[in-house]
Design a binder for this molecule. Structure first.
Ligand code: GLU
Length: 330
């Protein structure tokens, strides 16, 4: 009998801020995508950058997710076959990936400071999420020069980005065609030893057997760089869905620290999770009007085609539907 392989998805928050309504939308949609196909859902805490991450925020995220009515089959609080589920504890696996890339001659040490890159005359804007384009200054350093510089400064490690066009189909944004070389060679390990998001997320998703990645649209332009890493490491890439971000009425993206719309704030206002879940489902196009619902109620309503492709504006009316239970019939 053919073996049944369930699809596997994950929610992978960085515990550097409180969970807000935008993160909750990503978590809910990711959970629905997987649960509507009887798949397995994983929670992974992306605390690789210990300076930015705080354990109490990670605990808060776990609490908020459960409060919303979401669950997961594997995660830091319940273990699983791919433990550990905290990036901070997975360093050996990232090191192994770095060795593999190094053996394939795909890495080089970079001694440039941020100021050097900014100062490089030919550094135009790169890829939005990466900052300035890295002009490749250290890619062709002679061995003697490397020897000299390593005595003075610890290098970062950069991945040699090939000048290729990467294409993939995003479940919401559709056909994508990007040239990651426009951003230049990207960092896979910072000078302080911290592994970059791009490398850690690829290693984790691949080793955890993730078949479906659903995350915010802000990460769409990271995907081509991640696909290069999948290729270089010999991993099979997952399918990608990038969901719309929520912006305020002026169109400014909700920041992680945007206080008014954190789940803990909403909870403090006496707003029940079913209202938040219903509001998100409505804003994401899954139901026609905001109703009180649980995530499980929504499973039959999950249709990727209903999710808007553009930013969701938090208009005053939408805000009131969420925040003022007494003034509307929800
Ligand atoms: N850790 C990232 C964040 O919180 C998400 C990474 C991903 O889903 O690939 O924004």
């Amino acid at each position: 009998m053919p073996q049944h392989n369930p699809i596997r998805g994950r929610f992978a928050p960085t515990p550097s801020g409180k969970m807000h309504i935008g993160n909750a939308m990503t978590a809910l949609l990711g959970w629905l995508q997987i649960r509507s196909e009887q798949g397995e859902f994983i929670l992974r805490i992306e605390d690789i950058d210990q300076q930015r991450s705080r354990p109490e925020l990670a605990q808060g995220i776990v609490h908020d997710l459960k409060w919303l009515g979401l669950d997961w089959d594997e995660g830091p609080d319940r273990g699983g076959p791919h433990s550990p589920y905290n990036q901070a504890e997975r360093h050996a696996l990232y090191k192994e990936a770095l060795s593999k890339l190094n053996a394939a001659d795909l890495l080089y040490p970079c001694y440039c400071s941020r100021a050097d890159i900014t100062a490089a005359a030919s550094a135009p804007h790169g890829i939005a999420s990466e900052g300035r384009r890295y002009p490749g200054t250290c890619r062709y350093l002679a061995q003697a020069e490397i020897k000299h510089r390593e005595r003075i400064k610890k290098p970062s490690l950069r991945f040699k980005v090939p000048d290729e066009t990467i294409t993939f189909t995003d479940g919401i944004a559709g056909e994508q065609s990007h040239r990651p070389a426009e951003g230049g060679d990207f960092v896979v390990r910072r000078a302080d030893g911290i592994i970059s998001y791009q490398l850690a997320v690829v290693v984790d998703d691949a080793l955890m057997g993730i078949t479906h990645v659903l995350r915010g649209m802000d990460l769409l332009d990271s995907t081509p760089r991640q696909l290069l890493l999948y290729q270089a490491l010999g991993y099979h890439p997952p399918q990608f869905v990038h969901t719309p971000l929520i912006a305020d009425a002026e169109g400014k993206r909700l920041a992680k620290r945007s206080r008014g719309l954190s789940l803990s704030f909403l909870r403090g206002q006496g707003i029940i999770p079913e209202r938040i879940v219903g509001w998100i489902a409505w804003a994401a196009g899954l139901i026609d009007r905001p109703e009180l619902v649980t995530p499980s109620d929504l499973v039959p309503h999950y249709h990727i085609a209903s999710i808007p492709r553009t930013v969701i504006r938090l208009t005053e009316e939408a805000r009131q539907l969420l925040l003022e239970p007494d003034n509307n019939p929800l």
